[in-house]
Design a binder for this molecule. Structure first.
Ligand code: ASP
Ligand code: MG
Length: 411
């Protein structure tokens, strides 16, 4: 008998029928003897619908009122799910974030959880009830409703699991686990049985959208075993956990992440002097533009080139900043490319294996794919390539690192 926190996302509670199916599943967990706290999202599309209503009234509604509005989506699902449970003879009680008392700071629309009072939940669990909690929302010290940022129900679930010292936090979603890469790009992509927190964080920040990044960080920090699994299909899903002996035998590379959301800019012929990186990047960060990869060339004749990547949406604005800077610095030229993509291989196994980068570069070179930028960390190597080669690159790397299943190879 275990204490489980189970989270169901928007598609899993997207209609009355689906809510009933979730209730069936929860009753089964109860009958197996588990204590269950459930966290739900709003019905799929609901949060977007509410935001659109607000935007019909004004372009930038105040964040406080936005939170009052969007938190209603989850309030609907907790009530409906509790009813569906009760209909099945399974005792249940719904809680909004403020009724639990999920205390957050006052940063509306992106609040952070500060404390969770678990007494109400414990009381109900002791009486044999299923506790149904609204995800994504909390309350600040003044009683204002707050929300945790888009996708925040994952974070609610992990935070509750940490507070209750649950045996596992299970995230039920529309995919049946974390894959070696996006199955829409590589047919042979395979579900991973386990992945480490570190790898999952890299995969999430590199574009894999299975879990909210903050939820993974939180789970790693508070040591909450986290499992991603399908609410539509039976299966073990993927367990996100710490590195241990069993992960030692893991392959060198666990997964391949990619994203098309980047653009790169180069300012060339700038003076190679102390402070030049600051001169170039400060105005960019002052404009609230996030910079990802950065490369500065070895200088020649006291001049150098400087290249970096930004989100594709920020390309035009960054270019304007650089054009202005170029005349101030007497730079030779500013060039940009917004048809690039970033592909990354991720794996804790890289720490103990040499030659991983070579293998990656060889696979890309065999396909005639030109690498434009490279960056590495302890468990990741990322390259920037032309967007048109993205699928080809992901497929080539997936097979170079033998991530295919035995069956898929036979196909
Ligand atoms: N309903 C919120 C959203 O759509 C929170 C969540 O689903 O996790 O972002
Ligand atoms: Mg979600």
């Amino acid at each position: 008998m275990a204490l489980l926190v189970q989270k169901f996302g928007g598609t899993s509670v997207g209609s009355v029928e689906r809510i009933e199916a979730v209730a069936d599943r929860l009753c089964r967990s109860r009958n197996d003897g588990h204590d269950v706290v459930v966290v739900v999202s709003a019905m799929s599309g609901e949060t977007n619908r509410l935001i659109a209503l607000a935007n019909d009234i004004m372009e930038e509604p105040t964040p406080r009122e936005m939170d009052v509005l969007v938190s209603t989506g989850e309030q609907v699902t907790i009530a409906l799910l509790s009813m569906a449970l009760q209909k099945r003879g399974c005792e249940a009680r719904s809680y909004t974030g403020s009724q639990v008392r999920i205390l957050t700071d006052s940063a509306h629309t992106k609040a952070r959880i500060q404390d969770i009072d678990e007494r109400n939940m414990r009381g109900d669990l002791d009486k044999g009830r299923v506790v149904v909690v609204a995800g994504f929302q909390g309350v600040d010290e003044h009683g204002n409703i707050t929300t945790l940022g888009r996708g925040g129900s994952d974070t609610t679930a992990v935070a509750l699991a940490a507070a209750l010292k649950a045996d596992e936090c299970q995230i039920y979603t529309d995919v049946d686990g974390v894959y070696t890469t996006d199955p829409r790009v590589v047919d042979a992509a395979r579900r991973l049985d386990r992945i480490t927190f570190e790898e999952m964080l890299e995969m999430a920040s590199l574009g894999s959208k299975v879990l909210q990044i903050r939820a993974v960080e939180f789970a790693g920090k508070y040591n909450v075993p986290l499992r991603v699994l399908s609410s539509f299909k039976e299966g073990e899903g993927t367990l996100i956990t710490f590195e241990d002996e069993s992960t030692m035998e893991q392959p060198v590379v666990s997964g391949i992440a990619f994203n098309r959301d980047e653009a790169k800019l180069t300012i060339s012929g700038v003076p190679d002097t102390p402070g030049i990186a600051l001169r170039i990047l400060k105005p960019v960060s002052d404009a609230n533009i996030e910079v990802d990869m950065i490369v500065q060339n070895v200088g020649a004749d006291n001049h150098t080139d400087f290249t970096f990547t930004v989100h594709r949406n920020d390309f035009r604005r960054t270019r304007e900043i650089l054009d202005k800077l170029a005349s101030e610095l007497g730079a030779r030229e500013v060039a940009g490319d917004d048809r690039i993509a970033k592909v990354s291989i991720v794996g804790v196994g890289m720490r103990s294996h040499a030659g991983v980068a070579t293998r990656m570069f060889e696979a890309l070179s065999n396909e005639g794919i030109n690498i434009r930028m490279i960056s590495t960390s302890e468990i990741k190597i990322s390259v920037v390539i032309d967007e048109k080669y993205l699928e080809l690159a992901v497929r080539a790397l997936h097979s170079a690192f033998e991530l295919h299943t035995a069956e898929s190879e036979a196909r």
